[in-house]
Design a protein. Structure first.
Length: 95
């Protein structure tokens, strides 16, 4: 688990232990009225992730009055490419 800050936002990068080979990149926001249309934008972002070949899935959840944005991406060890991971992270960070 690693934490870092990008453009003033705190992010956490995790590689969960267990059977999955997922990478999780997450950030939290305070609850805000501007988030009302976020569900439709999440659908668009997920479609974009698939269209440009990055893969993964972005989710948005309201947890205890804070919004969690999470990018989950499968990383198969035998096909691991740090360039692909870098592109997925950059795309997520710039959203």
């Amino acid at each position: 688990k690693a934490s870092f800050t990008y453009k003033g936002l705190d992010f956490t990068l995790q590689v969960p232990e267990g059977l999955s080979h997922n990478i999780i990149l997450q950030t939290w926001f305070d609850q805000d009225r501007k988030a009302a249309g976020i569900s439709a934008r999440i659908v668009e972002w997920n479609r974009s992730l698939q269209e440009i070949g990055i893969g993964g899935q972005l989710t948005f959840r309201n947890i205890k009055g804070k919004f969690a944005f999470t990018l989950t991406r499968e990383m198969k060890p035998e096909k691991f490419c740090k360039k692909d991971l870098k592109h997925a992270m950059e795309y997520y960070l710039e959203m």
